[in-house]
Design a protein around this ligand. Structure first.
Ligand code: GDD
Ligand code: MN
Length: 376
């Protein structure tokens, strides 16, 4: 097949095909990449390689430096994304931009051990594996000199992943791995692309288990620049796990909406009890609590649930108003359904629960349609 294609398309100049593409996501890593490239080159002596940098709008001159190097060496490639962020989606796009039979990923900050790359390549091309990963949590690997808290977070996240996805990897959070390109292309439409944990995403998206080969390594300390892992990343991670687990049945936004709603209930009850203690009368206290909770829910939904359609500036006020109206109608539906069921001799708690469920679905559906309208 390969042969036939070659004969069919003869463009005159025959360069050897690329064996492995090494994708390097970068965000403000200027001081690291000039050293990373020769290291990868030295590790991959004897195979044809290319390096695919994926930059998300670095402001420290990273893409400019990569471009300068790329002018002198065609094996260095660069994808520049603007107004986009996200490690997983950067890695996916980088891997899909190549047609090499093996695609690897390595961090751009020299924290990963590039000497694993040829082992990955052989495990896939000669060992028949679909995917090869670097692991810090197997015999011979380690996280290097991490702080205790960072180590604990990473281990907890690893255990959570193992529990929720049933993964058998020792280091499902690893950002250092390689995969057969054809496998990746098969899985790509299913990948969620949110957050940080691309490997876990790939493994748990595969309909039949991928043949895995693990390689221990020691995670190095960062010399230049700083980590981009923050609390948003942790949220994204949880989101991805939930989406993997239940996303097929319940939209992830509805789950987030529900979490916000539950928090809103706490706000409501807290304010209500405070105002009652101040002897301000139930009516006033309840109305204040309702509006506080609705406002709280609106703001949290705006920055969390509907982060991708977030309302800004003056549009926040219009959004808030529409949310009040929707919630008001939702409450009417809630009470209406509850009352009707109760009168038809359903148990009080079933009637109450059904009313709340109808109200929540209404609020969610109307909020999605009106308050946080999809941009087209
Ligand atoms: N293009 C792009 N877009 N690159 C990014 C982004 C982004 O939004 N966020 C981070 N990067 C790049 C960084 O520039 C770096 O090259 C690499 O991705 C890893 O980011 P770090 O910020 O250095 O991550 P870390 O060292 O804290 O996290 C490490 O440990 C995790 C597991 O605990 C990495 O090895 C992760 O890959 C790993 O999952
Ligand atoms: Mn790092």
């Amino acid at each position: 097949m390969q042969q036939a294609l070659h004969r069919q398309f003869d463009f005159g100049v025959a360069l050897s095909p690329i064996d492995i593409c090494v994708v390097v996501p970068v965000l403000n890593e200027r001081d690291n990449i000039a050293e990373l490239i020769p290291r990868i080159g030295a590790a991959l002596i004897g195979v044809e390689w290319e390096i695919m940098f994926v930059d998300d709008g670095s402001t420290d001159g990273t893409p400019e430096l990569i471009s300068q190097i790329a002018v002198q060496d065609r094996r260095i490639r660069l994808i520049r994304r603007f107004n986009r962020r996200g490690l997983s989606s950067a890695v996916i796009e980088g891997m899909l931009a190549s047609t090499a039979p093996v695609v690897a990923v390595i961090d751009g900050d020299l924290q990963h051990d590039e000497s694993l790359l040829p082992h990955f390549y052989r495990a896939i091309m000669e060992g028949g594996h679909d995917i090869a990963t670097g692991t810090r949590y197997a015999e011979g690997g380690s996280t290097g000199d991490w702080t205790r808290s960072r180590l604990r977070i990473s281990q907890a996240a690893t255990r959570l992943a193992t529990f929720l996805t049933g993964s058998k990897m020792s280091d499902p959070m690893s950002g250092l791995f390689a995969i057969r390109h054809d496998r990746l292309v098969e899985l790509a439409p299913q990948l969620s692309g949110i957050g940080y944990k691309i490997l876990l995403d790939i493994m748990s998206s595969a309909p039949t288990p991928l043949k895995l080969s693990e390689h221990p390594y020691v995670f190095r300390a960062r010399q230049h620049g700083e980590s981009k892992l923050d609390s948003m990343v942790v949220l994204h991670y949880l989101e991805m796990l939930i989406e993997k687990r239940v996303g097929r049945w319940v939209p992830i936004k509805f789950i987030k909406f529900g979490i916000v709603g539950a928090l809103g209930l706490i706000v409501h009850m807290t304010i209500l009890s405070l105002l009652l203690k101040l002897n301000l009368g139930f009516g006033f206290a309840q109305v204040t609590a309702v509006f506080s909770a609705m406002t709280f829910n609106f703001l949290l939904n705006n920055s969390f649930t509907y982060r991708d359609r977030r309302l800004k500036g003056l549009r926040i006020f219009g959004g808030l108003l529409s949310f009040y109206i929707i919630c008001g109608l939702g409450a009417v539906a809630n009470v209406g359904v509850g009352e009707w069921l109760f009168e038809n001799s359903y148990r009080w708690w079933l009637a109450g629960l059904a009313g709340a469920a109808v109200g929540s679905v209404w609020n969610y559906a109307m909020g999605s349609i009106f308050t946080w309208r999809k941009a087209n």
